[in-house]
Design a protein around this ligand. Structure first.
Ligand SMILES: [Fe+2]
Length: 399
């Protein structure tokens, strides 16, 4: 965690103008947002008028009584860490202002790191256009209650964070943390992007902090990578860091990578060749799924190895483009023209990916804003998931 209070206050100060005039969210000026969930703690933020006193109340499942937690507050901007919680547990919470309840919601703590877990996460991308469809899809995802959300990038198509991010996802952000990937459009608004999120800073040495980071959730590990880089940086600096992070104990059963530019795509853009330099490492590390955006559509490959469809029983990586989150849609070829690698896709509906994680495998659904399932597939466990990830042979040697 970046964690420094000054950084947080700076973030809120930058957003203050954007948040002014934010529609009433239960009597708050902004939020609440669940910024992160850990096995034993949760961090939330919200905003009130500067002269109001606000605090959080959390009700433990076994208790009728609510416990009060006082935030760090500056000029109506509040950030509260709730500690000593139980893992994988749903808590009711309320935001009070001057003793009056202004918002009631729920959050769920993360499972213990490395422990087998059943949970769901959502993936969406290329959303930041403040469109009606973006908001509808955000509301749909909120109704599905994922424990965390991964954004494949292009969160911001403008610096109006209120319009393109905070408002469309208000219900979602009040219950689940959203972990962003840096898209090419986010680079244009990177100061706003950085101030919107409070991200880990232990990325590859020598590269800007928080552009590459890892999140653990139970026995799943998510590596969020900055694909706005050339092949040498991706392959050697980010790749070596990725290898190290994926090998850190407790070794995860499920290994996911999220980056903006797709290594394989049959949509509006060409496959991103610099990202393809990471493909051998994804395979040797036992990564099961790689999520991208950039193309504004949905695409899903067969399990792949070495640029081809994996053989029966051969571990492979499933590549998903989930970039139909709200920006103008990009078409994909008619199904009759799909190559063998492409096994699912849609370029006509706004949609997001919903993944249910269980010890016996992953169940993946692509869901549109009406809740209609566009595509469904399973990812079974394979040998790569039950052994230590490799990768040294893929990333070793001098560049
Ligand atoms: Fe993009």
């Amino acid at each position: 965690m970046r964690g420094a209070r000054g950084v947080w206050i700076g973030a809120l100060a930058l957003l203050a103008g954007a948040l002014a005039g934010c529609p009433d969210t239960g009597g708050l000026m902004a939020g609440p947002r669940v910024l992160r969930t850990d096995p034993q703690q949760v961090v939330l933020s919200w905003e009130t008028a500067a002269d109001e006193t606000s605090w959080l109340e959390v009700r433990r499942p076994e208790s009728e009584a609510a416990e009060r937690f006082d935030p760090e507050s500056t000029a109506g901007r509040h950030r509260c860490r709730v500690a000593d919680l139980a893992p994988a547990t749903t808590y009711a919470y309320a935001v009070l202002v001057d003793g009056e309840t202004r918002f009631e919601g729920r959050f769920r703590t993360a499972p213990r790191r490395g422990a087998p877990a059943r949970f769901a996460f959502a993936v969406l991308g290329d959303s930041g256009k403040a469109s009606r469809d973006q908001a509808r899809l955000g509301a749909r995802l909120a109704s599905l209650e994922p424990e965390l959300v991964l954004h494949t990038g292009d969160v911001l198509y403008s610096n109006d964070a209120k319009a393109v991010f905070l408002e469309p996802y208000a219900a979602l952000l009040a219950q689940s943390p959203l972990w962003p990937t840096l898209g090419n459009h986010d680079l244009e608004y990177e100061p706003v992007f950085r101030e919107l999120f409070d991200l880990p800073t232990d990325g590859p040495p020598g590269l800007p902090p928080s552009r590459n980071y890892v999140i653990d959730h139970g026995d799943a590990r998510f590596a969020i990578l900055d694909s706005n880089q050339g092949p040498r940086t991706l392959r050697w600096r980010i790749g070596r860091w990725l290898e190290r992070k994926m090998n850190e104990p407790p070794l995860p059963r499920w290994r996911f990578v999220v980056l903006h530019h797709p290594p394989y795509t049959w949509g509006n853009h060409e496959p991103t060749l610099p990202v393809q330099t990471l493909v051998p490492l994804f395979e040797s590390l036992g990564v099961q799924m790689v999520f991208s955006g950039h193309d504004h559509n949905y695409q899903r490959t067969a399990p792949m190895v070495g640029g081809r469809v994996a053989g029966p029983g051969e571990p492979g990586v499933v590549y998903v483009v989930s970039g139909a989150g709200g920006g103008d849609l990009d078409a994909i070829p008619p199904k009759a023209e799909w190559p063998d690698e492409l096994r699912g896709g849609d370029g006509e509906r706004f949609s997001a990916t919903f993944v249910e994680v269980a010890p016996e495998g992953l169940t993946v659904r692509q869901v549109d804003a009406d809740g209609i399932v566009i595509d469904r597939f399973d990812v079974p466990p394979n040998a790569a998931q039950t052994s230590a990830p490799r990768g040294r042979e893929a990333a070793g040697g001098a560049p």
